[in-house]
Write a new protein. Sequence first.
Length: 500
Amino acid sequence: RARAIDFIRYHYHFIRVAAMLDLGLLMYGGLLVLALWRCIFFYRCCGMWLSFLNYTSLLYVMLTASLVYGTVEFYRHTSESLITSVNSDADVWNVTWLRGWVLGSPAAVCLTVILCWIQTEGHVFEIHKDNGTLKHDRAVQIIALPSVFAVMAMASMVPIYELVTGTISTEMMTIPFGIDIKNRFGNWEANVSNKSDEEAWSRNLTLLEAPLHFVGQQALVHVWANATGNNQMTTSWDEALQYATWRYETCFYVGDLFEAWALYQFGLLALELIRESFAKQEMSENEGERMAAKELLAAHGAVSSLAWLGTMAFVLVCVGQTGCALYPYLVGSMEAGTSAGSQAIMMGFQVAGFIASGTAIYNVLIVETAFHKHLSPSSPVLKFLSVKILVSLSFFQKGVLVALQQGNKILPDMVQKIVAWVPVLGDVLNMTEVQLHLFYPALILYECCFTAVLHFWAWSSSEIWYLEGDIEPDPERQPLLKDAQPGDESPAQQTGYSAV
């Protein structure tokens, strides 16, 4: 019996506990802790530079750990067979090119995190030198957005893979951070200790060695039977799909939340640069420019408030949506997230998010076009382009895909057949919900990788505008003879005498 217990402990812990971690909830908690860490310590603690313990380094350590875990889980499930006999929607690879599209996406995530981390180190180095600290810090948070969103997008595909392979577990609702091995095996041993027949032990080992999958139209989700043969944890395909979709969307909601924060930082940075440009113009020798600058500075507050209207709406929608999505974890029940009332609330957030996302993009476009002259020293074209791409990742692109699919369904049959023959587009418009939940995250991953590459040109740490409007440099670090020209000798030097 001791040998059997050891076998079960090993197999149950090292094989199944990994599947019980929810990266969405872990990342959400980690981001909250890092936000608090940033407010308390920023980059220094008691005047001492935090080389490895500043919040940016901790963020990328957390992203790397999540990436490793998510990649392992991702490819582990790809090696399992699909349960196509249970439901035809599990046959996600009937679109021939989709498999390669999805399986190649984790490489894009790895490249995205590496590129963002390398570029972030350049800005952190400037912060260490106290050069434009606040501006570089805002740039760091914007640069981190592709990596955060990419990691969460890849994490969203794991529950979908678990669904189509029949390995999804609803136990994550009560123990999202893992399985309480001690309590579970304590109860298991108590149940078995009274049984002396070898048949009962054999049945225990057989059932514990591998979880049961979908049988007929019922999904037996990780039924860990004991010696009594009590198999009660069952759920239908529709219920399993609902649970997988909820976990899938929760990952995106966490990414949306960080995206809203990065957009907030970008807005602050843009408005600060515009204000600095007005202040610089106010010191012009031209009286007309000085008067215009004073009027612009007076109106800057009102313009900022209007510019924040769409941005703050986007932030508030993301905060409320993430909170509602994670609420079922607080009560430990999936019913809290799948009830009719909860689904109506989340649908409202989806609509509000689509509108707020579009409004935020519109505000960014207005600020770019209206104040392009004042932002020109910071090379705004690529910066605004990268932000518009990232803002569209959350609600806008997904809403467009869903709208195109719904529009395709109401077309005449003949037109639908013609559309179906269009390469790639026809396949996307006719994808099932499960296939779309694999295609869309992979699309996001490639876009995040492209944006990370774009950031190398858009957010270079060596640009001069980071230092403009900053505090005066330390005089002790300035050369004694700065920009000295021939003939600028002091009177003592001109007469041949010098003070000792």
